[in-house]
Structures are given as C-alpha cells and as structure tokens.
Design a protein around this ligand. Structure first.
Ligand SMILES: O=C([O-])C(=O)C[C@H](O)[C@@H](O)C(=O)[O-]
Ligand SMILES: [Mg+2]
Length: 448
C-alpha cells in the first residue's frame, strides 16, 4: 500500500564523555557522563539518529524493541512510537516508590526510550522528505536560530579526588574557557569569571545558575554578582526544589529586576505538592516560575496549569519527545506561557534535537538550557552545530542534519564499556568531598 523506506538495522550504542566536577543538589558530576545513541538505518541508505540519557532501564527497553522496529516502514512511525509507549506503560504500570535517594532526573527515565526512538524516526522521515525535522513538527520551522543560555555551575576541586577528570591545561592560543571549565569555582568572583569566559566564547546574553549547592543566601549573592556584571542579561537560579517555600519567598521576594524568573525554587513539603508550593511562591513574589520537576507529563501538566503554578515549562525533548515538547510549545503560545527547555550533559546529537525543537516552537521562547559548553570539543558527529552569539543556527541539511563520526562513536562506546558505574550517580564524586555524603533533596549539597 505505502512506499516508504524500510528500517533494516537498529543499533543501541551507549557512549561516555568527559565532564567537569559540577555541583548540584544530587552531588558532584562524575568525570564521565553517559548517553545512548539510537541509530536506525533504512533501505534508502539513510541513517537516523537520536540521543538520550543512558540508564540500564532505557538500554533494555530499546534493545528489547529491536525486533519490533527492524523490517518496519518509516511511514508507520507514529504507530511504532506509540507501540513502544504502550509497552513502556505496561512495564511502568506499577507505581514507583519514592525512594529517599530519588533525584530530579529519576522522574524522567522511562520516557527516554520512546523519545529517542521518535527522534531517530523523525530524522529518517526528514531525510526521506528532504526536509529538516523542524518542518515536521507542529507549525513547521518558525526560525533559523534558537537562543540558548549560559548554564553556570559551582565547580568543586577535582584535585580532591583520584577520578580521571580532565585538567584543562592551558594551551597556547586556546580560549580560556577550555581551561576554566575544569577548575574549581566556588566563589561569586569565580562564577562571574566563568560567565565572562563563556560569554566571550559563545556570546551568551542570558545565564542560569545551578543552585542547591551552598546556602540559599550565598547563591542569591552569586546571582546579584552576575547581574551586576551583566546588567542586560536575563538571569535565573535553579536550586532544584531544595528551598522550603518560606525560604524561597524570603530569598526571592526582593529580586525583581535581578532574577528574570526562578526555576523550581521549592517543591513538595508538609503534605503539599510541588505544584501547590510553586503556585504559592508565584502569588507571594510575583516572579515567573520555570520547572523541569513538576510538570513532566500531561497529567502533571494539567494539575500545574489548573493551579497556575508555572510560567515556563522546560519541555525537554528527551522525555517529552520532540513532538510532545513541540505541543507544549504550541500550548504555551496559545495560553500566554513561555516555552523553555531543560537539559542534562549531552553530546552533539542532542544539541541538534534542541535546535530543531526551538526552531519549530511558535511564538516567543526563553533561551534554552544546554550543557553543551561543558562538553564542546567532544563531538560524535561531523560538523556539530555551534553556539555563536548565544544562538544555535540550524544547518541546511534534511532530518536532524547530523552525520555520525563513527570513529569518535567507537571511542566513546569503548569508554562507556570500561566504566564501572554506567548510570549517573553524583554521590560517587561527592563522597570525596564529604565522607558518607548522601542525597537529600531538601538540603543543599554542601550545607551539611
Ligand atoms: O534544570 C535542571 O534541573 C537540570 O539541568 C538537571 C541537571 O541534572 C543538572 O542538575 C545537572 O546537570 O546537575
Ligand atoms: Mg531545573
């Protein structure tokens, strides 16, 4: 009946890259971060790719899916994606226990497999139709360039560990960013210095500070220092819901004109859900609220919207999926909200995913999060997109516009295979700084 290319091969390739000792509520980033590449080949000679965070669960779901995908036509991509979604739902039907070690990204895991399959299929479909993925989403391509923000972290002293962090040794003619991103940065001045280097290298107009690390008052001072140095910038802080509602209100109520919006300042407490406390925070401070913690699927989103708890959903295509996140963008545009995008450490396939998502978002968007500046230089594709002038510009190619560099993929895959800990666990590096350190979503990482 139909005549679209058939999928002839599906590969699930876990890969690892280097990271800096970035601090967040869950601890310190390990010297390695891990991702999964999903690679589909069709009988028209095209290769479709997607990237997702690497976890054993997602690897298994994808590997189990191979016999269901190979041999199918890309023309039934919607059905292939929804069948995986249904199988995924079956597996996740049992309510998940909320464990004491439950970290922000644990919420998202089981959606990653569906999202990465959809991305690789969209990439194939785009190549078949000779159109960029952005043209296949919702209203089609709305812009050629997508604004991204400078995502800043406090950085711990890697020399207190025996882990294999890169030292970022200064090299003749190299931009200072490549050195600074590996060095300790725990003071306001050091974070401002990081922002200056990132701004100089990538042209950022806006910044986000990852909080939940030091006392809230100290983090707010860092925000003030950033705003003083970059008065035109939109600045936000994200303590990943570690502040109490009262604390969040008292820290932020006088920050109008300094904080443009606040990301997950507080969360569930005393019998109230995070959606309820964010709604109260918004009413009490009048500051716009962004989230990647309490509106991560349609049911959560409906509660968040009914409570008027959020202004900026950070719709990450790695768990909303490209099309799901695009629908959030459409909803934002129609309802007076603003689309943003969450990220985790990622390679350059994900960078292209963010670019296409942003390019297809109708209306105004807030600059997207991306961790790419911490990884830039470790590409897995030929000619990765560049952040210039604080923006990601789409290339002219169809699909996602990426071509894997299989030598680089092979090295990153070998690196993954050699790892003892393959799933993200920020407690490992953190325990070098504080013996026996354990995650507590309500206590800043270093306030122990
Ligand atoms: O906005 C966020 O919550 C994030 O970017 C989540 C990430 O996992 C971040 O906390 C990190 O990289 O440590
Ligand atoms: Mg966040």
């Amino acid at each position: 009946m139909s005549d679209t290319p058939k999928i002839v091969e599906m590969q699930v390739i876990p890969v690892a890259g280097y990271d800096s000792m970035l601090l967040n509520i869950a601890g310190a980033h390990h010297c390695y971060f891990t991702r999964i590449l999903l690679v589909l080949k069709d009988n028209a000679g095209h290769t479709g790719v997607g990237e997702a965070p690497a976890t054993g669960v997602v690897l298994k779901i994808l590997t189990d899916a191979i016999p269901h995908i190979v041999g199918q036509e890309i023309g039934i991509m919607n059905q292939l994606v929804s069948d995986l979604h249904k199988r995924d739902l079956e597996e996740n039907r049992q309510p998940k226990p909320v464990l004491p070690g439950f970290r922000p990204w644990d919420l998202e895991r089981h959606h990653n497999a569906v999202a990465v399959l959809e991305t690789a299929l969209l990439d194939l479909m785009g190549q078949f139709l000779n159109q960029p993925v952005a043209q296949l989403l919702g209203p089609g391509k709305q812009r050629d360039e997508v604004p991204v923000l400078g995502y800043l972290f406090y950085i711990a002293d890697r020399q207190k560990t025996d882990l294999e962090y890169q030292d970022g040794k200064r090299q003749e003619g190299q931009h200072p960013w490549y050195h600074l991103r590996h060095q300790e940065a725990m003071s306001h001045d050091k974070v401002v210095q990081l922002a200056e280097a990132a701004q100089d290298k990538y042209g950022f107009k806006d910044f986000k500070l990852k909080g939940g690390v030091l006392a809230g008052e100290v983090e707010i001072e860092t925000v003030r220092a950033l705003k003083k140095r970059f008065p035109q910038a939109r600045i936000t802080v994200d303590p990943n819901a570690s502040w109490s509602l009262d604390q969040a209100i008292s820290l932020c109520k006088d920050m109008h004109g300094i904080l443009s919006y606040v990301e997950d300042p507080c969360g569930a407490e005393q019998g109230f859900s995070g959606r309820e406390t964010l709604a109260e925070f918004k009413r009490a401070t009048g500051l716009p609220v962004a989230t990647n913690m309490i509106a991560n699927d349609w049911r959560q989103m409906s509660h968040a919207l009914q409570l008027n708890a959020i202004d900026i959903p950070l719709a990450d295509p790695h768990y909303w999926s490209m099309r799901g996140a695009n629908i959030i963008g459409t909803l934002c545009n129609a309802w007076g909200l603003t689309l943003g995008c969450h990220s985790n450490n990622h390679f350059d396939v994900s960078l292209a995913m963010l670019a296409h998502l942003g390019a297809a978002a109708p209306g105004e968007i807030t600059p997207f999060d991306t961790h790419w500046i911490w990884q830039e230089g470790q590409h897995l594709t030929k000619n990765p997109l560049q952040i210039k002038d604080g923006k990601l510009a789409l290339n002219e190619l169809p699909g996602l516009g990426v071509e894997l560099d299989m030598d680089a993929v092979g090295i990153a895959h070998q690196r993954y295979n050699n790892l003892r800990h393959k799933d993200r666990d920020d407690a490992i590096a953190m325990q070098y700084l504080i013996r026996g350190w354990a995650f507590d979503g309500k206590r800043a990482t270093l306030v122990r």
